[in-house]
Structures are given as structure tokens and as C-alpha cells.
Design a protein around this ligand. Structure first.
Ligand SMILES: Cc1cc2nc3c(=O)[nH]c(=O)nc-3n(C[C@H](O)[C@H](O)[C@H](O)COP(=O)(O)O)c2cc1C
Length: 145
């Protein structure tokens, strides 16, 4: 089974283009080595990242991410175990924010940021919505490639 996790975080200092590139390089290399796939996006001091892979590897990465002083995790959701990955061939794809707007990213942002706290939806409804958004991102990106 595949473990998966999504979070939003706020940067602790301003993130330079160079540090953003460093994060992407390390993420790609490490995730490839640990069978982790997913995507990362960044805009206005906010990261949103989705990761999926073997349970142990995901738990370790979550610990690392929580200890990383470059950002503070604000919201996060563990998905119920999945039988298949959503992002089968991306060790860590960085997605430009503009691309995400085109595919309705604001909806994902809203879901992660607001619905969990406000309890507009039950947890399983939030998970269902997030999974739909992830599928949409994966499919649209495949078409663009
Ligand atoms: C926004 C953000 C996203 C990150 N994504 C990943 C990732 O996908 N994979 C990864 O191995 N490290 C990622 N990192 C780096 C980890 O937080 C951590 O530095 C890395 O796993 C090494 O941890 P260690 O030095 O404790 O071994 C990310 C860091 C940030 C700030």
C-alpha cells in the first residue's frame, strides 16, 4: 500500500530562487532513492507539497520536513492508504503556480487551508476532494509534457 500526505507551510525567511532550486534538487535526488513521488509548489511564502510512497519512507520524510527550519507546517492531512500512486513518474515535480491556477489550484488551496479548520466538510469529503484535485493535476500535467 502507498502512504500519502499533503501539507501547506509558511517559509520562515524569504526564500531565494537559489534555495528553492536547492530544495528541488535534493527532493528529486532523495525521493528517487526512497521511492517517493509527488509535487511541490510555492507562492507568496507558502509551500504546498504532496508526497506518496512506502509508509516508512514517508514517515521519515514527514519527520524531516517538520524539523526543517526553512518553513513551518501549518496544515497537513494523511490520506488513507492507497493502492496506486497518483504521480507515478515524478520523484518531485515542481509546478509553477501559474500552471496550477489554470487547473483550478485555488480549489486545492482552499480545501487544504480552510475546509479542515472550518469543518465545512467532513474529513472524508476533504480527502475525496483533495484526491480529485491531485488526479486532475497529474492528468493535466501529463498532457502538457
Ligand atoms: C518545502 C520543502 C520541501 C521539501 N521536500 C523534500 C522532499 O520532497 N524530499 C526530501 O528528501 N527532502 C525534502 N525537503 C528537505 C527536507 O526537509 C530535509 O532537509 C531532507 O529530507 C534532509 O533531511 P536530513 O538532513 O534531516 O537528513 C524539503 C524541504 C522543504 C523546505
Amino acid at each position: 500500500m502507498i502512504s500519502s500526505y499533503i501539507y501547506s507551510s509558511q517559509t520562515n525567511d524569504e526564500i531565494e530562487t537559489e534555495s528553492l532550486r536547492d530544495i528541488q534538487t535534493i527532493a528529486k535526488r532523495e525521493n528517487l532513492a526512497h521511492s517517493i513521488t509527488g509535487y511541490l509548489t510555492y507562492k507568496k511564502e507558502t509551500f504546498i507539497q504532496y508526497i506518496e510512497g512506502p509508509e516508512k519512507e514517508i514517515e521519515q520524510l514527514i519527520k524531516n520536513l517538520h524539523n526543517d527550519k526553512r518553513h513551518t507546517i501549518l496544515k497537513s492531512i494523511h490520506f488513507p492508504p492507497k493502492t496506486e500512486r497518483v504521480f507515478k513518474d515524478w520523484s518531485m515535480r515542481y509546478i509553477e503556480y501559474g500552471e496550477l491556477i489554470e487547473i483550478g489550484f485555488h480549489e486545492l488551496l482552499e480545501t487544504v487551508f480552510f475546509t479542515v479548520d472550518n469543518k465545512i466538510f467532513e474529513e472524508d469529503r476533504v480527502i475525496e476532494k483533495l484526491n480529485q484535485m491531485l488526479e486532475k493535476i497529474a492528468t493535466t500535467q501529463k498532457n502538457i509534457k
